[in-house]
Each structure stands twice: as C-alpha cells, then as structure tokens.
Ligand binder design. Sequence first.
Ligand code: CA
Length: 230
Amino acid sequence: MAHLLLIEDDPAIRSALIRALASRGHAVDSAADAMGGLQQMMAQPPEAVVLDLGLPDLPGERLLTMIRAVSDVPVVVATARDDEGLVVRLLDAGADDYVVKPFDPSQLEARVRAVLRRTSGSGSTPPASPVHRVGGLTVDPDRHVAQVDGQAIDLTPLEFDLLAYLAANPGRVVTRRELLREVWQRTDSGRTVDVHLSWLRRKLGETAEQPRFLHTVRGVGLRLEDGAQP
Ligand code: CA
C-alpha cells in the first residue's frame, strides 16, 4: 500500500510493528535510532514515517523538527506519555498524528492510513470537488487553496481538511466528535481538534473571543459563517 519508515529502538516493538504493517501490504523500512532514521529517510524517501519519541541518540521531538526542516512527509508519533503539553508540542513541531504506547498495531495502521489518505490523491483521480464560498472565505479542495478576502492563507494539510469540512457545511453546527470522525477518522480524544482549531483561528486572523468564521456553540460544537458579512 505504501512505503513506510519506522524509527523505533526497541527490537521487539520494531519487529512486531514491521510484521503488522507488512501484513497489511505496506513496504516497511526501519531504523533503530534517530540518525539512522534520518539517513534512511534521505536515501529512500518514504510516504509516511512512524516515529518513536524515546530514541537512544536524540529525543524524538528533535528528530521531528529535523525531519520537518527538510520534508513534508506525514509523521505519526508513538509516545509513551499521554500528556497534553507534550501532544501540543508534537503537533506544533509538525507531527500529523500520534498514538500512545502501549497501542495496538491495528490502531497505528489506522492512523497511518488516515495521514496517507490526507496527503495523497492515492491513484485514480477523485471527482472534482466544488469550491466552497462562505462570505469572504473561499476553499478550493481540488487546488488546495484557501483564501480570506482574496488573500491566500498558508495551511497545513490537516488544517486545510478541517477548514474544507467546515466550509462544506456552512451555517450548520458541527460537533467535535463529528470533526474527529470525518477529518481525523478517529473517535478518541477531542484535544487534537481543539489544538488544530486554535491554529486555524490564528491563520484565519481571529480569536475564540472575537471570531469571524469559527463560531463556538457552547457545549455543542462550532458553526462556520462569515460574521463580517451583513
Ligand atoms: Ca524507544
């Protein structure tokens, strides 16, 4: 299905994951430390990277920053800690998604598939998607361009998908759970949604207190409409 690079120092976890990912049709390269992983990545650029945070030669967070300096490859991080500050830092450093150890290989594979789906057109040409216009906001899924009042805004693939989903459902209250299911294809923690929404707000030039497009409906979710339009 895809060429993956697994960077994990624990030999038992590494071989179990290679087996699990390969059994689902992926071609898996692996490295046991950060420098080996980086070398491997340069030699044979993978379609997605699975990165263990606890590596012997370099903190995984550092490696993530180095990867992001040279590549847009999707990265799914495996962390032994489930703390909010860490997750926010990881996402901020450019991780596309994460799993918390101990995790089931099928859970990891689902995350990998989701990031691949987001970043690739995967084979056959998808049908043309309509351009969404909501007041001063324009989202063109085919050209992958979002504009506010005619100015293009620079979004990560995930932020773009989030905004495109909301723009395809203008004026309707969308719940966090729905966003998790439709944009992330997962059903657990809603923290990820909150973190990305706050970045998206920043790029749209608004705050939660003074929104223009993303209007919070307390206790339910949010609704996209252009508050600057009469
Ligand atoms: Ca480790």
